[in-house]
Design a protein around this ligand. Structure first.
Ligand SMILES: Nc1nc2c([nH]c(=O)n2[C@H]2C[C@H](O)[C@@H](COP(=O)(O)OP(=O)(O)OP(=O)(O)O)O2)c(=O)[nH]1
Length: 134
């Protein structure tokens, strides 16, 4: 055991003023909620490498990570979410088994989906970073 909290990494994929949201298929308590694509960091894996891997596996795209968004966002009861803004550099995001739907949210419509509780403050922070266009 390496100690410390379980780390989940998430990507705030931006395209112009649009933000990519992904609707979870499971587990039941989270199904239907919208999140930032990502997942758990594997043992011994770097966090940024994990996020690039998760975007490749979940969305089928290559991404470039840009800027860290805040610090540790709590995922009760015992995990933390670490988030980077990012952009797609190859491919077009497509939903795999983890997501029932992907949606590029237009500027002004970033709160038009039911974000998971943990993600709402993160989206606000991304908006503050991304500027008034978002
Ligand atoms: N990926 C992601 N997970 C989030 C977000 N917000 C949030 O509460 N979570 C929670 C949901 C899950 O309990 C956990 C991440 O698990 P996951 O299922 O996405 O991770 P994973 O892809 O590595 O999945 P697995 O290997 O366990 O199947 O964090 C978010 O924005 N992105």
């Amino acid at each position: 055991m390496s100690g410390g909290p379980l780390v989940v990494v998430g990507a705030a994929l931006l395209d112009g003023g649009r933000l990519l949201a992904a609707r979870r298929t499971g587990p039941p308590a989270l199904a239907g909620g919208w999140e930032l694509p990502g997942g758990k960091v594997d043992p011994g894996e770097g966090e940024r490498a994990a996020l690039v891997r998760e975007c490749r596996e979940e969305l089928g795209v290559e991404v470039e990570l840009l800027q860290r968004v805040g610090g540790d966002w709590p995922l009760p009861p015992s995990a933390v979410l670490r988030v980077w803004t990012a952009r797609v550099v190859a491919g077009v995001p497509a939903a795999g088994p983890d997501h029932s739907e992907l949606r590029w949210l237009d500027p002004g419509d970033w709160y038009g989906v039911a974000w998971l509780d943990a993600d709402l403050p993160v989206v606000r922070a991304v908006q503050a970073l991304a500027g008034p266009a978002a």
